[in-house]
Ligand binder design. Sequence first.
Ligand code: DNO
Length: 360
Amino acid sequence: MKMCFRWFGPGFDPIPLAHIRQIPGVRGVIGTLYDLPAGAPWPRDRVRALREQVEAAGLELSGIESVNVHDAIKAGLPERDRYIEAYIASLKALGEEDVDLVCYNFMPVFDWTRSDLAKPREDGATVLAYDQAAVDAVDPEAAFAAVEAASGGFTLPGWEPERLARVRELFELYREVDEERLLENLIYFAKAIMPTCARYGIRMAIHPDDPAWPVFGLPRIVTGGERMLRFLKAVDDPLNGVTLCSGSLGSRADADIPGIIASLAGRIHFAHLRNVRHTGPGRFEEAAHLSGDGSLDMYAIVKALYESGFDGAIRPDHGRMIWGERGMPGYGLYDRALGIAYLNGLWEAVEKEGRNGRSA
Ligand code: DNO
């Protein structure tokens, strides 16, 4: 297992690499070229500069999150092949710089969605929260504008301002796209990039939809274990895998995350671990990583990952905003560092139990 930390890069992420280096057990950074819009080919020299910057801080560039997929590919427009070529160029640039893990998602228009970016909790922290009724009460443009207004001046992943200007137009693209079409478009994309992934040994890790159900009437297809498995079977290449995101899958109160992990064993290339607290039908808020603070059994999740043979990159996911920190909602240093300390403890315990033959 390689413990990592997501970092958005200079000018975007207020957390210095030197601070990340001091979190016990963190070896890797999950980086990105945040300023490049979906569809732009990544230049190799930019990837190299990022890698060198991370290495100069005593860390390794363990993967990219995200190389975003252009909506023309997701919607299956005639110009998708041009955008797939650009995506392949980005993969080549990454492969040539020895980056072998890419996280992406296939959600139309929006990435993750929340109705509140700073919901106060009883402990004085704030967290990201979701309430379906609140989302149903606004139109997508208003939702986008509200997220921007509440972002504290930070650009949030998946909510880049250039997309805001085009929300209406983006919705139009998906008028004829139902879930089956979206899945076909995903399969078409994955098949087209696999030869390049094979050439460089790049593991693709699709991220589940968050929340794991359709939002604003748009189709969503990466919403649970069976659907992920269906995609993995359709493009049955070991490099075609998933990001196991406990918080996204766990947005559904009925998700059996240890069961999903067991069913996807061998194809989980990356893990995002965090807790979530279910507060009612279609409602949840984020929590500290500790099992007791939310609705997920983090011990069972870490144990299932270990027992599945998972040996890849793990990162803590969103944390609470605590101790007066000002940062990107969900992406503060303090609570994610606390999350790492806890996840490291869980991992050490399940690993030692496993070695002693006391489990599975
Ligand atoms: C949310 C993140 C997602 C994730 C993308 C992957 O904070 O987990 O934005 O990075 O969906 O492409």
